[in-house]
Write a protein that binds this ligand. Structure first.
Ligand code: SF4
Length: 276
């Protein structure tokens, strides 16, 4: 009997994505709000410290001027993949070396200055990142020129499209990857749903997010969940992440090896019906 070969160029329907979208729609606001409420209440029984705030990770106290935004961007660029405490301790020296992060002054610096800076033990001596401080100042000035200010540029994106801004930041600025772009957005108070593998895994097990998708579907699910529950972007992001990662709690619930007997979401969860 001859077998029919599949044409690899024929686009197969994304059944997992369709099923997740259908489930999200069919649950309705009251059920989604209840799911979030169960997560939040369980978290409160598992931690007893101060609330986790986005501003904990910021280097600046406020984000108003172009300088404030530029400094925050540079800080998260240096902090990515490095000890935040070391970067924070050395930060006064960076302010001194880079004209207190005035982007118009930094953009004028001579590229040869890097040869001196890479020998300065007071600084994070990463040539690529030190160079990126100067090149990114020049790139930021283009945005300022086009939009009037960094704030206006960032706010030119509707909230529902902040995932596009996240990509734009990572694509535009040197040495600013997805993680640094995300921390920049959170630290400057932009209502962006931060995306962790733990939270993705949780939403996947609940059947609300198809596996392996790295597109806007995460953002869409979070927006729907947030609209139903009426809490802030930060609150819902941190609650889902902590529930699945255990960050600063006694234990996680929906960890890599899930603690289902302790989980309040058993009735809402598809995990044991899924092919793993
Ligand atoms: S029931 Fe288990 S798999 Fe489902 S969300 Fe809870 S801990 Fe995770």
């Amino acid at each position: 009997m001859s077998k029919t070969k599949k044409n690899p160029k024929t686009k197969q329907p994304d059944l997992a994505a369709t099923a997740a979208t259908e489930k999200l729609t069919s649950l309705g606001s009251s059920v989604l709000a209840k799911i979030y409420q169960k997560i939040s209440e369980k978290n409160h029984t598992l931690h007893d410290d101060e609330p986790v705030l986005a501003t904990t990770w910021a280097i600046g106290q406020q984000h108003v001027s172009d300088r404030d935004f530029y400094e925050e961007l540079c800080y998260h660029m240096f902090a990515a993949g490095f000890s935040r405490q070391v970067v924070r301790d050395k930060w006064p020296a960076h302010r001194q070396a880079f004209a207190d992060f005035d982007p118009s002054k930094v953009a004028m610096l001579d590229d040869d200055l890097i040869e001196t800076l890479v020998t300065d033990k007071a600084l994070i001596r990463n040539r690529r990142k030190l160079t990126a401080v100067i090149t990114n100042a020049r790139k930021l000035l283009v945005m300022i020129n086009d939009h009037g200010s960094v704030d206006s540029w960032l706010r030119s994106y509707p909230e529902a499209e902040f995932y596009l801004l996240h990509r734009k930041l990572a694509d535009t600025f040197d040495c600013v990857g997805r993680s640094a772009a995300e921390w920049f957005m959170l630290s400057t108070g932009l209502p962006y749903h931060f995306e962790t593998n733990d939270a993705r895994r949780l939403l996947g097990r609940l059947g609300l997010l198809p596996k392996g998708r790295k597109d806007e579907s995460y953002n869409r699910v979070m927006q729907t969940l947030q609209a139903a529950s009426g809490v802030s972007t930060w609150e819902i992001s941190i609650d889902l992440w902590r529930f699945a990662s255990g960050f600063r709690m006694q234990e996680s619930i929906c960890a890599e090896a899930p603690h289902c007997p302790k989980c309040p979401l058993w009735d809402d969860c598809d995990y044991f019906n899924q092919e793993n």
